[in-house]
Design a protein around this ligand. Sequence first.
Ligand SMILES: [Fe+2]
Ligand SMILES: [Fe+2]
Length: 242
Amino acid sequence: MTQSRKMCVAAIGDLHVQETRTDDYRGLFADISTKADVLILCGDLTNYGKTSEAILLAEDLSAVTIPVFAVLGNHDHECGQPEVIKTYLSDAGVRVLDNGESFEHDGVGFAGCMGSMGGFGRGMLSSFGEPSVKAFVQACMEENKKLENGLRMLRTDRAVAVLHYAPIPGTLEGEPLEIMPFLGNSRLAQTVDQFENVRAVVHGHAHRGRHRGETPGGVPVYNCAQMVALKETGRPYALFEV
Ligand SMILES: [Fe+2]
Ligand SMILES: [Fe+2]
């Protein structure tokens, strides 16, 4: 069987676009467009989820000349209008993976969701006790279901899972121990490992973590928070082949 052509993927998270910024991402996006076949945005694209921030982001995205896929982050929800942020992204040509959607491009599938906090391994919060805890865990599981549904829809032999929250603790090393349970949860990695076609997972959210790790099933995981990628690779985004 002939091997499919490799796809070069760039992924960046935690742009945190603000009204008060003094620089923009146009130069970076144009540069990425010359180096990669697709660009993935891993959430926290705006700082407060304001309309004004989404407008600035959409203007920057006009510099991208390759397909763009995205999930939102917790910051994009802060103003309570994630649908507005999604509309600006969609109008800028971005395919938003937020509700169990999946997309295929050139033989590679993309599926994802924001994900959620909740903790890792034996320490993961479980559905036990008071109703508020059960409601929170239920919401985490519903978010995870979006990832599962999106991945299940794909018929490609290669796929990339896109998240904002982390699926493993390995890419969080360097973060304060006290906040680890707020940075992601293990259910996301369990879901990824059910699907043999997933070749990589990208996430953001952890500004002080590590750039690379892997799921218990051996799938590469990239923390694409721009600060982390810059510190470890010299460029503010992940760049890899699938
Ligand atoms: Fe962030
Ligand atoms: Fe975040």
